[in-house]
Design a protein around this ligand. Structure first.
Ligand SMILES: [Fe+2]
Length: 153
């Protein structure tokens, strides 16, 4: 069995870097100064940013699920099959959480400090789950492909 890192794994690693940068940008947009006068404009821009992020994330999940990554991890490290199945399930949960944030944004027709605070809390929760999720994927990749080289490249 080859332990060489396959292209599917490299593609996932590259996307994780891009997703992390986008998460920082979304966080900054939600924690900036949001005035009542510019609220509608801000909300539309932020909603689109969130929709783009969700779509990008769903494509990333497709890549992991259908692009060979999960199968490559399982064939290199068969004992990780249950953990990989758990990650797949978590994809659906993360997607639903983003949908519920988008629904709250859509329902907030006017600037509302409490609703905004709620959205900040929700987003921090989803991002914490997502970061933890990706850390787990990294650990899996390292265990499956790097062990014989003594650590990540
Ligand atoms: Fe991922």
């Amino acid at each position: 069995m080859s332990k060489k890192k396959p292209a599917s794994v490299e593609a996932v690693e590259r996307e994780h870097i891009g997703l992390r940068a986008e998460m920082v940008s979304i966080h900054d947009c939600l924690h900036g100064n949001i005035s009542s006068e510019e609220f509608s404009e801000w909300r539309l821009k932020f909603m689109w940013q969130m929709r783009d992020f969700k779509n990008r994330l769903l494509k990333h999940f497709d890549l992991e699920e259908e692009g060979g990554f999960m199968n490559d991890v399982i064939s290199a490290a068969p004992h990780s099959e249950r953990q990989v199945a758990g990650l797949k399930e978590e994809h659906n949960a993360i997607s639903s959480s983003l949908d519920s944030i988008l629904a709250k944004l859509k329902a907030m027709a006017e600037h509302n400090v409490e609703s905004l605070e709620g959205i900040r809390t929700d987003l921090a929760g989803v991002f914490a789950v997502l970061r933890e999720h990706e850390n787990t994927e990294h650990q899996l990749m390292q265990r499956a492909f790097y062990r014989e080289y003594g650590g990540p490249e």
